[in-house]
Design a protein around this ligand. Structure first.
Ligand SMILES: Cc1cc2nc3c(=O)[nH]c(=O)nc-3n(C[C@H](O)[C@H](O)[C@H](O)COP(=O)(O)O)c2cc1C
Length: 183
């Protein structure tokens, strides 16, 4: 079945290693007939959560802050799959993606929970200079348990520092296959 897939790309490098994983994934997913919408978070105006607990999940724009999260909320509500893509920054996901994810909390408060469950699935794509993804994977897996999204797995590309380092590496093929395997 055709799926609506959202990618949250937390890298600031449009042609970086994370973005290369996203491109391969997208090619695989589109070859299987799915639609992929990428949000390149670093180019978006997204502010940190204020912790006000005044979100209204039932509204189109559920947060008290009006910024580019308003492009993401309706897309998330409507999608089947959410891909988290990020460089490894200090053993975890980048600030760009963590900031956006905190703001998704607005979909969990007020008029019912529009974030958890709903048959959604997710996968994690990461690039890093080293190979110590353990803390990031633990965080992601924990998040998936909380959200009750089906965890489709991780593509973790270590050994990549500079833009282009990932070229020709097996993780690009893994990302493609993961995209193609979504059903
Ligand atoms: C602020 C910052 C923190 C980083 N922290 C780590 C780290 O903890 N472990 C690691 O292996 N690489 C770390 N790196 C290297 C990046 O993960 C690596 O350059 C990666 O390829 C960047 O992905 P991108 O090309 O998608 O931006 C860090 C880079 C930056 C700029």
């Amino acid at each position: 079945m055709r799926k609506k897939i959202i990618v949250l790309n937390g890298s600031p490098r449009k042609n970086g290693n994370t973005s290369a994983l996203v491109k391969s994934f997208t090619a695989g997913a589109e070859s299987a007939g799915h639609t992929v919408t990428e949000f390149f978070l670093d180019s978006m105006d997204i502010h940190g959560c204020k912790g006000c607990f005044r979100g209204h999940s039932g509204q189109t724009y559920p947060c008290i802050q009006q910024d580019d999260m308003n492009k993401i909320y309706p897309a998330i509500k409507d999608c089947d799959v959410v891909i988290l893509a990020s460089p490894l920054y200090y053993w975890t996901l980048s600030g760009q993606i963590q900031t956006a994810f905190d703001r998704l909390f607005a979909l969990e408060e007020g008029d019912g929970n529009f974030l958890r469950g709903n048959g959604r699935a997710s996968a994690l794509f990461m690039a890093a200079e080293g190979y110590d993804f353990a803390d990031a994977v633990r965080y992601y897996d924990h998040l998936m348990e909380h959200l009750r999204w089906k965890n489709l797995g991780h593509v973790l590309a270590g050994g990549n520092m500079k833009v282009g380092d990932i070229k020709g590496k097996t993780e690009l093929q893994q990302a493609y296959e993961l995209g193609k395997s979504i059903e």
